[in-house]
Unconditional design. Structure first.
Length: 265
């Protein structure tokens, strides 16, 4: 199938109270959703994947980075969650294992509207006795013909940030070598200005407004921001829109939607 190019008109409100217009090539727009899915349980504990799928479908993302994803665990009724959600959302699924858990596996999931050129799952470092974490990456081609990489990750959750610091450092070390424009999304379990986020932002550009970050957790009454979308290199991406989507049933996290434009070299 050949993909045509089309233009979407974006209306921007300038600081001088003057309306102006700019055109965006729709084939270079990328809708990214980061969503911690609470291993499919919902906040009611009723394991309703249709509720989770509706959040995703309504957001209409090109890529979804999902955290707390179970693969055939007992608590998830032996479901392969990323495949189930891929079927419900009509997106291509891929799972990346962080560790064995409860009769199955636990880790990262990615959903994509595009097929995969390649994928890799990077084990992130952790101190003895702490949970293993991973960064799952796909490489794909947009309808514009541009190749990009997309990474989903979930950093350590403990109060002590020592694991998050070494995990953030590892992410920078590995993915700074990417030859394609790259997006990083996930539950990073720390707030803007913290050491792990500062480490990541040495390489990555964050999509949130640093003067007014939108809060993402908990979903019933958000009080902190711990869910992110970042990109690299800075000059290849432009932020068009961000939205925090809070559903008190689907997950204890709000979903975080960011619309980006891939810019020319």
């Amino acid at each position: 199938m050949k993909f045509g190019h089309y233009l979407i008109l974006i209306v921007l409100f300038c600081n001088y109270s003057v309306w102006s217009q700019t055109t965006v090539d729709g084939s270079k727009m990328v809708r990214v959703l980061s969503f911690n899915i609470l291993h499919g349980a919902t906040t009611k504990g009723d394991f309703n994947l249709d509720v989770i799928a509706k959040i995703i479908t309504d957001a209409n993302p090109d890529f979804v980075a999902m955290q707390e994803v179970d693969f055939k665990t007992n608590r998830a009724k032996k479901y392969d969650l990323v495949t189930e959600l891929g079927w419900r959302t009509k997106m291509a699924p891929i799972f990346g294992r962080a560790m064995p858990y409860d009769g199955g596996e636990y880790g990262e999931g990615i959903l994509s509207k595009y097929s995969f050129l390649q994928s890799r799952n990077i084990a992130l470092p952790h101190y003895p006795g702490n949970e293993p974490r991973a960064a799952l990456e796909i490489t794909t081609v947009l309808s514009s013909g541009d190749t990009i990489a997309f990474i989903g990750t979930h950093l350590d959750h403990l109060t002590d940030d020592k694991d998050r610091i070494i995990q953030a450092t590892k992410i920078n070390e590995v993915f700074s070598l990417n030859k394609y424009p790259t997006i990083l999304a996930g539950d990073l379990n720390d707030v803007p200005g913290s050491s792990p986020i500062n480490i990541l932002e040495q390489l990555w550009t964050s999509s949130y407004n640093k003067n007014d970050p939108r809060l993402t957790y908990p979903s019933d009454k958000p009080s902190i921001k711990i869910d992110y979308v970042m990109f690299y290199p800075k000059h290849r991406w432009k932020i068009l829109e961000t939205e925090v989507i809070c559903d008190t049933i689907a997950s204890d996290h709000c979903a975080y939607l960011v619309i980006l434009e891939l810019l020319e070299e």
